[in-house]
Design a protein around this ligand. Structure first.
Ligand code: SF4
Ligand code: SF4
Length: 82
């Protein structure tokens, strides 16, 4: 996984915009119900192929999603490969 997201569950209104716009199709509405009575969005699985592109966070009208990207490999690791 090159990226992942964290959803602020209780602020998600389950509109599905992020689900529609995710280019990797790794988002779905959860079966859980949040404090507002909506189904919050979630990754389809723990090892979902999220790239960390950030489109879902950009499209969300309520700033519910935080995106994390995997950092580049340490210099030593890269050097060790050659
Ligand atoms: S960061 Fe990109 S790939 Fe990951 S869930 Fe959001 S839109 Fe999909
Ligand atoms: S766009 Fe935002 S409010 Fe709508 S389902 Fe996605 S995270 Fe929830």
């Amino acid at each position: 996984m090159a990226g992942t997201i964290i959803v602020n569950d209780d602020r998600c209104k389950g509109c599905g915009i992020c689900v529609e716009f995710c280019p990797k199709k790794v988002l779905q509405l959860s079966e859980r119900i949040n404090i507002m009575g909506y189904h919050p969005v979630e990754l389809i699985s723990e090892d979902a192929d999220c790239t960390g592109c950030g489109i879902c966070a950009l499209m969300c009208p309520d700033w519910v999603i935080t995106v994390f990207r995997e950092t580049k490999k340490k210099k030593e690791e890269v050097a060790g490969k050659s």
